[in-house]
Design a protein around this ligand. Structure first.
Ligand SMILES: NC(=O)c1ccc[n+]([C@@H]2O[C@H](COP(=O)([O-])OP(=O)(O)OC[C@H]3O[C@@H](n4cnc5c(N)ncnc54)[C@H](OP(=O)(O)O)[C@@H]3O)[C@@H](O)[C@H]2O)c1
Length: 355
């Protein structure tokens, strides 16, 4: 019988604590029994590694839509891609390649019940030339759909309107796609902010970003003044904190913040979205800047059309993706900790098995 392993939640980072590798444990566990009616036995091939997991690591998640991890439990992550090993569900057959956008277990083999809580779908690997991890790095809820729907619903971009877009966390999964989508949707200038020279080169040389700022070594405020001479019309914000306050100060009247995430404050135990300083809030009000909370989960009716557009752009080569792949389920915790510190370019994934 095949051996089975899983990743369990071992230790909380504690209030305002940074996540560490020893928060996770890699353990042998039972191989699942045969599926009961409605269930499928799955083999994990790839796991999506997502910042939102950080909020589940302490008892107070800061949000209402997901609860905390319990110590000793197997990690229930976000997306995953895998193979159906055995099926007792008429919608799936042995050998199907499948994906779910949430509740994929950090386990080599597990039993899943496809449905609302585990939205398992067959994937068409021919659409992505057999590159099935693209179903996590572009064609997934926490990557491409977040970027596409965020830009469409909250960006107010008009072709030919000469708008300037700034993206923070620009070399990550959502940011790298958001900037490219902003350009495709009609922004005349897209500027990315990220944490290394290598990431800046990735944005400007491999993707369609016009310029990039390394927030760790450059003065973001003066660089923005140079690179966005007409101000900022759309800000895709993955980061929050001081960096975002600096961007907001250069935003135009009637401009738009796409409030995607606030990773700079995820290790601080505050409710989401975290409070912003009074002077920044005043500026937002005075300049009529929109900055609504944005949660991709609230747009499930737009997933199908969003997927269609993302597949089209991917097949046409109009959007490009980079993946940072950590090998082995035993390294999933390490991959999460690394991503939270900026170790990834593009989407952080874990490859659990090749086939
Ligand atoms: N609204 C939604 O429905 C939704 C859905 C999915 C994701 N999100 C949010 O989108 C954001 C990006 O998620 P992702 O999966 O694409 O992650 P990601 O950007 O691929 O990875 C996280 C990146 O955040 C940056 N970072 C970490 N700490 C930072 C800090 N203190 N200041 C500035 N940058 C920092 C790092 O890049 P650098 O090297 O540049 O520092 C790191 O690579 C997150 O905030 C996430 O919670 C929101």
């Amino acid at each position: 019988m095949a051996k089975n392993h899983h990743v369990v939640f071992k230790k909380r980072p504690g209030v305002n604590g940074e996540p560490a590798e020893d928060n996770f444990g890699y353990e042998e566990c039972d191989y699942p029994s045969d599926p009961n009616t409605g269930e499928v036995l799955l083999k994990t091939l790839y796991l999506s590694i997502d910042p939102a997991m950080r909020c589940r690591m302490n008892p107070e998640t800061g949000v209402t839509y997901i609860g905390p991890f319990q110590i000793g439990d197997c990690i229930g992550g976000f997306g995953g891609v895998g193979l159906v090993v055995k099926s007792a569900n008429s919608a799936f057959q042995e050998g199907d390649v499948v994906s779910a956008v949430f509740n994929w277990q950090w386990t080599k083999f597990f039993l899943g019940t496809p449905g609302e809580l585990f939205p398992l779908q067959k994937i068409d690997s021919s659409l992505v030339n057999g590159h099935i991890s693209l179903y996590l790095s572009i064609l997934s809820m926490t990557s491409g759909l977040t970027s596409y729907i965020g830009v469409k619903e909250k960006g107010h971009i008009t072709q030919g309107a000469n708008q300037t877009m700034v993206v923070s966390g620009a070399a990550g999964a959502c940011g790298s796609l958001a900037g490219q989508i902003g350009k495709l949707e009609g922004c005349s200038r897209v500027v990315g902010i990220c944490g290394s020279e290598e990431k800046c080169s990735f944005l400007t040389e491999e993707l369609s970003f016009d310029s990039a700022i390394n927030y760790k070594t450059q003065d973001v405020s003066s660089e923005l003044q140079k690179l966005c001479p007409s101000g900022v019309d759309v800000y895709f914000d993955n980061v929050g904190g001081d960096l975002s306050n600096t961007v907001i100060k250069q935003m135009n009247t009637n401009s738009h913040v796409i409030l995607c995430g606030q990773i700079a404050v995820y290790n601080k135990d505050v409710p989401y979205p975290p409070p912003i300083p009074d002077d920044i809030q005043r500026m937002i009000t005075d300049k009529n800047i929109t900055r609504d909370r944005y949660l991709v989960l609230n747009y499930q009716d737009k997933f199908e059309s969003g997927m269609k557009q993302l597949v089209e752009w991917t097949v046409q080569g109009k959007i490009k993706v980079r993946e940072t792949i950590e090998e082995g389920l035993e390294n999933a915790g390490k991959a999460f900790v690394s991503m939270m510190k900026g170790g990834n370019i593009g989407k952080q994934l874990v490859r659990v098995a090749y086939s």
